[in-house]
Ligand binder design. Structure first.
Ligand code: PMP
Length: 393
């Protein structure tokens, strides 16, 4: 009886095609034939994973995780301010600072936790924060918790951002916060223009490189590196959970900001440090992407294959080309239609997640194709062949 209001709302969500359900997905080892999974018992090619480089199964990462468990155990016992910092974390943060051309870095348990903790720590009610309207939910939540003056500009629209910046009091502390590669759209801002604008209005910049770390820039540092602005961005945040094949997150920036976070970021202060195998794998991944470009080149070849197939199948009204990242949205519209296409693809042997509101704006339901270096050409061509008849009309 006391729960009936929750049950009624869930039922309504189901009728609108908006109910979310965790499917059981078993990963099949990559060397058995590209990234395959068993979804609720059904074998399918995985086009829903953010493991863009296939590193989650890389022998070097696995060996590093096992070695870390053997040396330091499975758990880290307490938060770092209570029980101290494992030497592997020190090594990882030193490596990250170098990787990001920053003075210092700090590791968090997840990207969600990092963004909420960072924004809550660096912003107060008297500060102003400017966000791209499609920023990740964790960035939005951090801004909300901070109680800062919060202003959202149109997606990637630097003209609109400038209008908003011009309205803020010149003496106020201002932050501009943006994703680099947008998680549900696969596009990215002109970071050079954004940083120049920030400098003109004396605003600080935070960039979330969750979907760019390991993929862009000369050494895979991310889009800040690709745009040549690493040293002009106050905070470069990113995760180990996507192209780096592990889990957890980091932020890199000036010594003073990292010291501020150690003293104010509640998600850092009050949470048990990451476990040794997770740190061991992250360290191995950060070193690997700087020295071995094989997987990255394969991923870019796969993007070219997908793009050619999309053009040949006449699907450019639903899939924008040129592709800008391994995240390829297929715009559908209504949630029920999005689910229907996703279910039909699963029946054909392709696992492509349906993304619906509130993750994306109303009526912009989409399939989110996530490409990996591990996909074979046949898997990519097979996906497009299965998708084309489902998009007619
Ligand atoms: N930022 C962005 C842009 C993301 O897409 C995500 C998650 N997909 C996160 C942060 C959160 O990272 P995590 O999954 O490590 O919590």
């Amino acid at each position: 009886m006391l729960l009936s209001s929750y049950a009624a709302e869930l039922k309504q969500k189901a009728q609108q095609g908006q109910l979310r359900r965790c499917k059981t997905v078993e990963t099949i080892p990559i060397d058995v034939g590209g990234p395959q999974v068993r979804v609720d018992g059904r074998l399918a090619v995985n086009f829903s994973s953010n493991d863009y480089l296939g590193l989650s199964h890389h022998p070097r990462l696995q060996a590093a995780a096992i070695a870390a468990v053997q040396q330091y155990g499975t758990g880290s016992a307490a938060s770092r301010l209570i029980c101290g910092t494992n030497p592997l974390v020190v090594e990882l943060e030193t490596e990250l600072a170098r990787f990001k051309k920053a003075e210092a870095a700090l590791v968090f348990n997840s990207g969600y936790q990092a963004n909420v903790a960072i924004l809550q720590a660096i912003l107060g009610p008297q500060d102003w924060v400017f966000c791209d309207r499609l920023n990740h939910a964790s960035l939005m939540d951090g801004c909300l918790l901070s109680k800062a003056r919060w202003s959202r500009y149109r997606h990637l629209d630097l003209g609109h951002l400038e209008e908003k910046l011009a309205k803020a009091p010149p003496q106020a502390r201002k932050w501009i916060v943006t994703d680099s590669v947008f998680s549900m759209d696969g596009d990215f801002p002109d970071l050079k223009g954004l940083v120049a604008l920030a400098e003109r209005y004396q605003a600080l910049v935070m960039v979330d490189e969750a979907h760019a770390t390991g993929l862009y820039g000369a050494t895979g540092s991310g889009l800040c590196q690709q745009f040549g602005v690493s040293e002009r961005v106050a905070l470069q945040m990113g995760t180990f959970s996507k192209a780096l094949g592990g889990s957890g997150a980091y932020v890199a920036g000036s010594r003073v900001l990292i010291d501020w976070l150690i003293n104010h970021a509640r998600g850092f202060i009050y949470s048990t440090a990451q476990s040794p195998p997770v740190i061991g794998a992250a360290l191995a991944a950060v070193k690997l992407v700087q020295s071995d470009f094989t997987q990255r080149e394969r991923l870019w070849q796969n993007m070219a294959t997908l793009q050619r197939a999309v053009v040949a199948a006449g699907l450019t009204h639903r899939i924008s080309v040129p592709l800008q990242s391994p995240i390829v949205p297929v715009l559908i519209g209504e949630s029920v239609d999005t689910l229907r296409v996703s279910d039909a693809l699963l029946a054909a042997g392709y696992f492509v997640q349906a993304i619906r509101p509130p993750t994306v704006p109303p009526k912009t339901g989409r399939l989110r194709i996530a490409l990996s270096a591990s996909h074979t050409e046949a898997q990519i061509l097979g996906l497009v062949k299965a998708l084309a008849p489902l998009l007619v009309g």
